[in-house]
Design a binder for this molecule. Structure first.
Ligand code: ADP
Ligand code: MG
Length: 287
C-alpha cells in the first residue's frame, strides 16, 4: 500500500537534514507504527506521506502512485489525524464534522455515530473551544475516519487521553484494520506500539534502526527463561530462573513447583519494547 525508498527531507531554510534516508513498506490492512522519542522525525514523516510537506528526496508510492504526483483526490482516500488538533473552535463538534464531511465527494459515515464511537456523543453540541485537549484529539480521530479512508494516518492519537479513552481509540483502530484499513501510526508510547502495531519501526534522529513485529522483537531480544517468584516456608519472597529449553525435564523446576510454600508469579522473560528500544538505539523513549 505504501512503499518508501531512501526518503530524505530538509525543512526549508534549515541548516541540517531532518530525515536521512528512510526505507519501509506498509502492506494493505496493516497497522504500521513509527516509534521514537520526541524530535525523531515522526510527524515530519507523516506530513510528507500525506503530501503536506513537499520537495522530499527519494520516492514514496502510496496506492500505486508517487505522493508528489497525486492531486487533491489523494485526500478522498486518506484519513489524517494531526498531532495538534485544528478544529473550528466556534463551531460545535457536530458542526465541525458536518463541515469536514461535506468536503468529500464519496459516501461518509453519520457524524453522530462517529462521535459516539469516540466517546463524544454527549458533547456533540458543545463548542469545540470548550473542549479539553483529549476531547479535541478524539474529535480529530473522528474527523479522520468520517469518509471511511483506505489509509489512515494517526499522529500520537492517544496523547493526553485517559486510559479509558485511550483504550477506546486503540479498539477503534483495531476495528478499522479488521475492515481492511491500512494504518500508519506515530507514537512515543511503547504500549500503543505494542498493543496496536503489526510491525513497528524504531526511529531516532531521522534514521530507522529496526523494523519488525513487536512479538518477534521481544523474542529476539528477550531471554529464553522462566522466572518463578515464590514464598518459602519462612514467608520470604524468593525467585529462581530456569531456561525455557528442556523445562519439562528440569528436575529443579518441577521440584520447586511441588515444594514452594506458595507460588506468587511465573513469567517468561521476553523483554519489553521499551528495553529493546534502548538496547537498539541507545535512546530512551520517554520525553
Ligand atoms: P517527532 O514527531 O518525532 O517528535 P518531528 O518530526 O516533529 O519529530 O521533528 C523532527 C525534527 O525536525 C526536530 O528536530 C524538529 O525540531 C524539526 N522540525 C520540525 N518541524 C520543523 C519546522 N517546521 N521547521 C524546521 N524544523 C522542524
Ligand atoms: Mg510528532
Amino acid at each position: 500500500m505504501i512503499t518508501v525508498k531512501n526518503l530524505t527531507y530538509t525543512y526549508p531554510g534549515a541548516a541540517a537534514e531532518t530525515l536521512h534516508g528512510l526505507n519501509f513498506e506498509i502492506d494493505a490492512g496493516e497497522i504500521f507504527g513509527f516509534l521514537g522519542p520526541s524530535g525523531a522525525g515522526k510527524s515530519t514523516t507523516q506530513n510528507i506521506l500525506i503530501g503536506l510537506l513537499k520537495n522530499y528526496g527519494g520516492s514514496i508510492q502510496v496506492m500505486g502512485r508517487e505522493v508528489s504526483a497525486w492531486g487533491p483526490d489523494y485526500y478522498e482516500h486518506l484519513g489524517v489525524s494531526f498531532e495538534m488538533p485544528n478544529h473550528y473552535l466556534k463551531l460545535t463538534a457536530l458542526e465541525n464534522l458536518q463541515h469536514f464531511r461535506s468536503l468529500y465527494s464519496g459516501p461518509t459515515l453519520q457524524p453522530q455515530a462517529v462521535l459516539e464511537r469516540v466517546g463524544l456523543k454527549a458533547d456533540a453540541d458543545k463548542k469545540v473551544g470548550e473542549f479539553s485537549k483529549g476531547m479535541k484529539i478524539r474529535l480529530n480521530v473522528a474527523r479522520s475516519i468520517i469518509h471511511n479512508p483506505q489509509v489512515l494516518f494517526l499522529d500520537e492519537p492517544t496523547n493526553g487521553l485517559d486510559p479509558v479513552n485511550a483504550r477506546n481509540i486503540k479498539d477503534l483502530v483495531l476495528e478499522l484494520r479488521s475492515r481492511g484499513t491500512t494504518v500508519f501510526v506515530t507514537t512515543h508510547d511503547m504500549m500503543v506500539a505494542d498493543e496496536l502495531c503489526d510491525r513497528v519501526a524504531f526511529i531516532t534522529a531521522g534514521n530507522i534502526s529496526v523494523i519488525d513485529a513487536p512479538a518477534t522483537l521481544k523474542k529476539r531480544y528477550g531471554r529464553r527463561a522462566l522466572r518463578v517468584e515464590y514464598m518459602n516456608s519462612a514467608q520470604d519472597i524468593q525467585y529462581q530462573e530456569f531456561p525455557l529449553d528442556g523445562l519439562g525435564g528440569n528436575a529443579d523446576f518441577i521440584n520447586l513447583l511441588n515444594t514452594a510454600h506458595r507460588l506468587e508469579t511465573i513469567h517468561s522473560q521476553e523483554t519489553t519494547l521499551d528495553n529493546i528500544f534502548i538496547e537498539v538505539t541507545g535512546e530512551e523513549l520517554t520525553v
